[in-house]
Design a protein around this ligand. Structure first.
Ligand code: XMP
Length: 509
């Protein structure tokens, strides 16, 4: 039985961060929305209540029934969670119109409270509250205060329930990680057995049990997730795994061969399918970004389906789905919309009558990498930047032609190689080049040129949801710009993208 922490999500932007910090302590946890969560079982070592964009005084504030949690298992209530428990117990929480964000210091700490083991007086914490606890029931005992907020944290007498107004999960809470660890180890008494090695062992056993003697098909993208999924499956079922890697003509320079070579080195069978002409055909005359994505997605499914059909005995389709893709998030204020559609093999399993296996469903991206490392995957594969499914197709603005792809592949290769050579590749989260549908005047030798412009993009991010442009050194940019203009025929101008996300996105299309 895998011990677990249950995280109740009230829609906070930090909920996934709480989960990642718990997992960094080698403790498994699951996020569930506040209105739809499983009853704690024997494996549930504790419950964490997240923050929320709501005020507890909002008429539509989320209020779940916590009667089978409170007093039954250890609870850590953070921010909204802390205010909610006060309100539910008949205390008073005041809302102010202006939310307060930022640093504060713990001026008073109850050092007998196990939550604060090893946390010094004055420790910096990160506040984000519009609500303030004014009155609390007699069974509540204060465990910490700041200069401005007396009831900054409390525990409930007679039960293992603790609450904090600040966010221990964020980087700016100096001892936040220690506080979370104290909750897990000192209060929930977790074994901390969620390690990559244990994951591999149980995952391989589960895969063997689920799949039995059947064959499995897996679509490789050359990215981290599908590569780690392939290695796990290979470990579980060996030669009964059939991987398919489609060259859609929109990959990076040499990527098709590189990926095939690295899997050959691991003795994993990969069917490389060269299908570039089919994709270029489907993309002829298409310039709208979403229409391009749809054309690429549709062609991919057609190619994949026809290749997969060759493995008649296969009963399973494996996918590299990871935890952020499956978390059902709590409804939050404000409209949420799909900004860009991401393609996958949608509809294929039903059509081909295949069952889906998703060995990485429980893992965050950083955990996928840790698992990959423990399986011995090379760092060149594991530490790759994210690369979108539609590839260079959404980095060529407007219509795609083989010539434009060839130009962009050269530019991209010069840029990415230079990042590697200068030790900058691992420092940026994602980098790539964009071919613009713009020609500009230049002069080379004595000749006037009228050629294309490329933009270079590099961003710092943790999950791609928000990003800032990377402050690459001017000298580096100068060198790369020179090399591109000198070596890539058809390009006479290079610009660097200095937009953050939001309001821009990482990709241009
Ligand atoms: P944006 O451009 O939305 O990108 O800021 C965020 C992350 O998602 C990747 N991305 C995609 N990945 N199919 C994918 O598989 C897509 O259509 C797609 N569009 C963007 C992008 O590269 C970045 O890592």
């Amino acid at each position: 039985m895998q011990e677990s922490i249950l995280i109740l999500d009230f829609g906070s932007q930090y909920t996934q961060l709480i989960a990642r910090k718990v997992r960094e302590n080698n403790v498994y946890c699951q996020i569930h929305p506040y209105h739809h969560f499983p009853a704690p079982g024997p494996e549930t070592k504790g419950v964490i209540l997240s923050g929320s964009p709501y005020s507890v005084n909002d008429p539509d504030a989320p209020v779940p029934d916590l009667s089978h949690i409170l007093g039954k298992v250890p609870v850590l209530a953070i921010c909204y969670g802390a205010q909610l428990l006060v309100k539910l117990s008949g205390g008073k929480v005041a809302s102010s119109n202006s939310r307060e964000y930022g640093r504060a210091n713990l001026t008073r700490i109850d050092h007998d409270c196990p939550l604060f083991k090893g946390v010094p007086d004055g420790s910096q914490v990160w506040m984000s509250h519009g609500d303030t606890i004014l009155e609390y029931p007699g069974s509540f005992r204060l465990i910490c205060s700041t200069a401005d907020v007396e009831a900054c944290g409390y525990r409930i007498e007679g039960q293992p329930t603790y609450a904090l107004q600040f966010h221990p999960e964020v980087y700016h809470s100096a001892h936040g990680f220690d506080i979370l660890r104290n909750f897990l180890m000192e209060i929930c008494h977790c074994q901390a057995d969620w390690t990559p090695e244990n994951f591999v062992k149980t995952c391989v056993e589960d895969l063997r049990e689920t799949i039995g003697q059947e064959a499995v098909i897996l679509g490789l993208s050359g990215g981290v997730d599908s590569s780690v999924a392939a290695v796990l499956l290979h470990k579980a079922i060996g030669k009964k795994l059939h991987c398919i890697f489609v060259d859609n003509g929109l990959l990076r320079k040499n990527e098709f061969q590189d990926v095939l070579d690295s899997f050959k080195g691991m003795d994993i069978e990969v069917e490389g399918v060269q299908a570039a002409p089919l994709f270029y055909n489907a993309l002829q005359g298409v310039s709208d970004p979403e229409a391009k994505r749809k054309a690429i997605g549709k062609t991919f499914i057609e190619v994949f389906e026809s290749e997969a059909g060759k493995f008649e005995s296969a009963r399973f389709l494996a996918q590299g789905t990871i935890y952020p893709d499956v978390i059902e998030s709590a409804p939050v204020k404000g409209p949420s919309q799909t900004i860009k559609s991401h393609h996958n093999v949608g509809g294929l399993p039903e059509k081909m009558n295949l069952k889906v296996v998703e060995p990485l469903r429980a893992l965050f991206k950083d955990e996928v990498r840790r698992v990959g490392r423990s399986l011995g995957l090379p760092s060149r594969l594991l530490d790759r930047h994210p690369f979108p499914g539609p590839g260079l197709g959404i980095r060529i603005i407007g219509e795609i032609t083989p010539r434009k792809v060839a130009i962009l592949q050269e530019v991209d290769a010069i840029y990415i190689n230079a990042l590697r050579q200068e030790g900058l590749y691992g420092k940026v989260w994602q980098a790539g080049a964009i071919l613009l549908p713009v020609q500009s005047v230049g002069v080379m030798g004595d000749e006037r040129t009228y050629e294309q412009v490329v933009a270079l993009r590099a961003v710092d991010s943790t999950d791609g949801m928000t990003a800032d442009w990377s402050r690459l050194p001017y000298e580096f940019l100068a060198r790369v710009s020179n090399e591109i203009i000198n070596k890539v025929k058809g390009v006479n101008r290079v610009v660097y993208d200095i937009s953050s996300k939001p309001p821009s996105t990482i990709e241009w299309e």
